[in-house]
Design a protein around this ligand. Sequence first.
Ligand SMILES: [Ca+2]
Ligand SMILES: [Ca+2]
Ligand SMILES: [Ca+2]
Length: 285
Amino acid sequence: MSFISENMKFQLKKAALLCILFSAVFFGSFYLMNFFDPNPALKTKAIKPVQNINVADNIELQKRAGNDNINLAAFDDWAKVNNLSGDNIYDADPDKDGLPNYLEYIHGTDPNNADSDGDGFFDGTEITNGYDPDSKGDAMTVVSVKIDKLGVDAPMVWSKTDIEANMLKDLESGLSHFMKTAAPGQNGNMIVSGHSSNYAWAKGGYNHILEKLNDLQTGDLVTFQTVQKNGRIIDYQYKITSKFVTTANDQKIFENTPNPTLTLTTCWPLGTNLKRLIIKAELVK
Ligand SMILES: [Ca+2]
Ligand SMILES: [Ca+2]
Ligand SMILES: [Ca+2]
């Protein structure tokens, strides 16, 4: 009898110890994971300079940013409501969030609050990196790519991977934006790819989305339309500056640029993945 009870005690002690050990390992690794990497998606928001545009003398930009529901006559009313005044009213940044008043107005953010959605990231930082300044956390703006000349109107996927198999998965849902490259309208080289062709049995609705890419010429336009949660729709137009075919591993196309540029890439010749057809374009200002 006493033998069984001793054995039971031993087993209970062993179970308790195992339980403590397991908890220590589980919570310890949970803590470490969070300590080192609280939220990888949020962590990628490096602060970059925001474009400094004077809307007062930029008619083309007014039109693009206008979209009928944002007009400059209304800017004055908006400025009054927000107690903004002074000679430098468009370019001033009273809340020091990296976003001049003019861009606060365009994006519908609060010019007197550096973090309009209260998620811990400044309005300017969010916009520069493609995040929605009016949606908490790691919500990106919803982007579609429109190339009128080719009849292309497709969603842009914010790729979060540089692993080829996963990138191909992204291409099932539209055009793919290479991670860590510039966001639409922002300084730097934005790299976007799409299928020109694919296997007949391949999944996805965008397997031929860029099959006519070679029909584009210098001067043609590619539009990136961004939609924020607050309803703001902003079109960024890129005008094509060059077109060329290069090898599949040409690293030069990834080189960064100081100004907002677009690199659009697809497999070429049509029906193969031997080479790449590249379109280079610059933001219309
Ligand atoms: Ca500001
Ligand atoms: Ca703000
Ligand atoms: Ca924010």
